[in-house]
Write a new protein. Structure first.
Length: 187
């Protein structure tokens, strides 16, 4: 038979070890949560920069030329002139599927650009006399919207390269919450 004192000491040890394990587990969980938040934040900064880098290309992608519009109109007339039977059976040519896919892609891009344009317009038209804010807006306007080359922009607007990179990083940090909500904040 076991001694009651040893059993209580044993229970005491089990309780203490369990408490310590719980404390260590809680600490590790908090550290992991912070690491995940940091990853979300870094990811949103990276994605914000990618959006800005590709803004001009995306804008050019959704702008349809007169020739593109005419081709789309002709294709849609052809589509609507098909016999009802072929439409109901779901027989579509590869060209029709490609055209539909292309139009959906452009439409999604257009929706994204409309959102981005609203954010950019809001950012550019806030009133300020702060020199740093004006420099950040110049970066946004000339480098990302107009598509000026970075080396040319730095040469025209900055005396020190490091100031440009600092301003660019601040701009991206400013815009990230607009694009990605709370994940764009460094909490």
């Amino acid at each position: 038979m076991q001694n009651p004192e040893k059993e209580s000491y044993k229970d005491y040890l089990v309780r203490k070890v369990t408490e310590e394990i719980g404390i260590v587990f809680s600490q590790k969980m908090e550290e992991t949560k912070k690491e995940l938040l940091e990853l979300d934040y870094k990811s949103s900064l990276f994605k914000t920069e990618e959006i800005l880098k590709n803004y001009k290309k995306l804008s050019d992608h959704v702008i349809l030329t007169d020739k593109d519009k005419e081709e789309i109109i002709n294709e849609s007339k052809e589509y609507h002139n098909k016999e009802l039977e072929s439409i109901m059976t779901g027989l579509f040519s590869e060209d029709e599927l490609y055209l539909e896919s292309l139009l959906k892609s452009r439409y999604k891009t257009k929706m994204l650009l409309d959102f981005i344009n609203k954010v950019i317009e809001h950012y550019l038209h806030e009133k300020t006399k702060d020199k740093i804010e004006i420099r950040k807006r110049n970066i946004l306007q000339h480098l990302y919207i107009e598509g000026m080359k970075q080396s040319e922009f730095i040469y025209n607007y900055y005396e020190v390269d490091r100031t440009f990179y600092t301003d660019k990083d601040k701009l991206i940090k400013d815009l990230a919450p607009y694009f990605f909500g709370i994940k764009g904040l460094n909490i």
